[in-house]
Design a binder for this molecule. Sequence first.
Ligand code: DAH
Length: 340
Amino acid sequence: MIKDKIQSLLAEADTLQATNLDEVEALRIKYLSRKGIMNALMEEFRQVPPESKREIGQAINQLKETLQRRLTDLRESLECQADSSSDFDLTRTPYPIHLGSRHPLTIVRQQITDIFSRLGFILADGPEIEDDWHVFTSMNFPADHPARDMQDTFFIQRHPDIVLRTHTSSVQSRVMETTQPPIRVICPGRVYRNEAISARAHCFFHQVEGLYIDRHVTFADLKQVLLTFAREMFGPDTKIRLRPSYFPFTEPSAEMDISCHLCGGEGCAFCKHTGWVEILGCGMVDPAVLDANGIDSKEYTGYAFGMGVERIANLKYRVSDLRLFSENDVRFLTQFTSAQ
Ligand code: DAH
């Protein structure tokens, strides 16, 4: 019976196998060519009585499709195997691999924040486009202070109250207005000053600000933390020196030098033959700053410090021209490697 034949051919179709493309072709000839099994079946189909034609016809069509699909599958999988057994390993990573490198300022900023993180400082940040209050007024800058001068500060056009922050000390104010002591934060960020660009000055650069406020914080605490930082950053033999200075937001204020690690303090061109290089400004937070930012200066004291990241990077890497940091020249950038 033609019906049984179709059924057994259908079962057979699903089990057809071939180990190479020639065998697939042989199967095609056997089943689908002019003298093949399917055509013979079509001959038989003519004898089928009209009332069964519809049912048998559908079964034949299904069989033909199944055979065609099976042969196509066999052919494709054999072709695929042929591709992957060629000399190409498509899973191999292409060489040479050009790995990026970290920017020297990123490396140094990371080292600075890592050291202070280990001392219990947490990261904080604030906006680069700031208002006068956070950059100057709340930081105890008198209204006529020269740092507010057009020379130093970029103002946002038509908004004389909005500036590009000139220092990260503005983040001190941002933190104090939302947090009560104990406060212990480290704030890295970009700052802007209206300076002519040269090898020694740029209109933007980077700072890291530190702030610690609690009961009974003293200048001795500040000194110890900065000594620890200097030794971690520049090596265990590093010495520090604090010189009296002035900042509106700290009283007393100081600038910190470290012993020149290039000449070991002997004196060289880098330290201008003094044996010391300046790396940061610091001091005890002025009580007026605490009060302006909602912290009771009768109860709390604090210290703050701020350093330039480019300056520290120069000390570590002796970069002669500040502009190199922002030109994105890969010949410069790929010279820096970091352990992290
Ligand atoms: N804001 C100062 C500057 O831009 C740096 C500084 C000095 C920050 C003393 C401080 C500080 O927190 O206590 O030059």
